[in-house]
Ligand binder design. Structure first.
Ligand SMILES: *Cc1c(COP(=O)(O)O)cnc(C)c1O
Length: 388
């Protein structure tokens, strides 16, 4: 086991991997981990109280998503929401073809690989050097009466680049196919109004917006047919069986409220922090560049290539200073594969392997950014000197 590090010693710049539970969220959860342990499905009042707490959380989540409470299904995570949406789309449409992108999170990517092995056809849409995707590419890929669904992430977890989900949703509606978006990186960063564009399914995950790990939600638009994956009890109107993870759902509801309240903070303060970090870094360290479109990007994410370095070596040195950030996505850390996202944007293996993602959040400060800016140039120099 690695040596432990106290949380007070770390500088946490990895908010796209997971986030700290907000104190308000923890506080809201505690009663449901201690005194209010009833089963929401029970007939007595002690269960009904819990059922009311779930109803409140459903309202809080629907406010975050701009939908009605009946359109929210609680799940165990973002991965489950993604997988369920695609399975449902295939089963209810009876069609065989999926359109997705080359840069999805592994939750979608691995599922598509498995579906291809089971005989489904998958088209992976390319992105350009800035990570952007052309709507015409999606339109060209549609196969009439074969395409079941387009699944496209709203914001990329590695670069923060945003996809034109509103336009794609309109296209899908016109072509009478389903549209799913993995919006796991979006809550609290940009506003989500499902009522304003015809998205069929939308996935979120609690731990990406200051709720606990192991809870998520899937938006399913009213009128869109849904085939459940989890069968059993009648929870979630029989759309997702299994006794509810009450405390975590309550926490996610509270986190949704906070996410809405913090939208402006994210767009101003967090973005300013990120921009200060990037411009200082680029000015101080030659041979660095930012990956992803400069504007069409989440306000909190910074993906940087340090030419002539090795991200794993940089990560180790940063870890020694207590700085948490990541090379590629967390799911590929520990392997030696270059990021599929950066590769799809045309970076060669060396550039991709020399790239780090810094993702900021509401608990970060300018002082932390400046501390890291003070170390980073010499760390990069050190790694450059040692890389052949
Ligand atoms: C984190 C993440 C997921 C997976 O969510 P989990 O709750 O960890 O399963 C899916 N998609 C994106 C874009 C993510 O960032």
């Amino acid at each position: 086991m690695k040596m432990h590090i106290a949380h007070s010693q770390i500088v946490y710049f990895d908010n796209n991997a997971t986030t700290r539970i907000a104190p308000e969220v923890f506080e809201a959860m505690v009663p449901y981990l201690t005194d209010y342990y009833g089963n929401a499905s029970s007939a007595y009042r002690f269960g009904a109280q819990v059922s009311e707490a779930l109803a409140l959380a459903r309202e809080q989540i629907s406010a975050l998503l701009g939908c009605s409470p009946e359109e929210v299904i609680f799940t165990s995570c973002g991965t489950e929401s993604d997988n369920t949406a695609i399975e449902s789309a295939l089963r209810t449409s009876g069609r065989n073809h999926i359109i997705t992108t080359a840069v999805e999170h592994s939750a979608l990517k691995k599922q598509c690989t498995a579906l291809e092995r089971r005989g489904h056809a998958v088209t992976y849409l390319p992105v350009d050097a800035q990570g952007l995707l052309a709507v015409e590419e999606a339109e060209k890929a549609i196969r009439p009466s074969e395409t079941a669904v387009i699944s496209m992430m709203w914001a990329n977890n590695e670069t923060g680049v945003l996809f034109p989900v509103e336009e794609i949703a309109a296209l899908c509606k016109k072509k009478n196919i389903l549209f799913h978006t993995d919006a796991v990186q979006v809550p609290g960063k940009i506003s989500i109004r499902t009522a304003d564009f015809p998205v069929s399914f939308l996935s979120i995950s609690g731990h990406k917006f200051h709720a606990p790990k192991g809870v998520g939600a899937l938006f399913v638009r009213k009128g869109v047919r849904f085939a459940p994956t989890m069968l059993g009890g009648g929870q979630e109107k029989s759309r997702r069986a299994g006794t509810e993870n009450v405390a975590s759902i309550v926490g996610m509801g509270r986190a949704a409220e906070l996410a809405l309240q913090h939208l402006d903070h994210e767009r101003t303060t967090v973005k300013a922090l990120r921009d200060h970090f990037e411009s200082s870094l680029l000015a101080q360290i030659p041979g660095t560049r930012v990956n992803g479109h400069p504007e069409l990007r989440l306000p909190n994410t910074s993906n940087i290539t340090f030419e002539g370095t090795d991200a794993e070596a940089l990560l180790l040195l940063l870890d020694k200073e207590g700085v948490c950030c990541s090379a590629g996505s967390a799911c590929t850390t520990g392997s030696v594969e270059p990021s599929h996202v950066l590769s799809a944007m045309g970076l060669d293996a060396r550039q991709a392997m020399g790239s780090l993602r810094f993702s900021f959040g509401r608990y970060n400060s300018t002082a932390e950014v400046d501390r890291v800016l003070a170390w980073l140039p010499s760390l990069v120099q050190k790694v450059r000197a040692s890389v052949p």
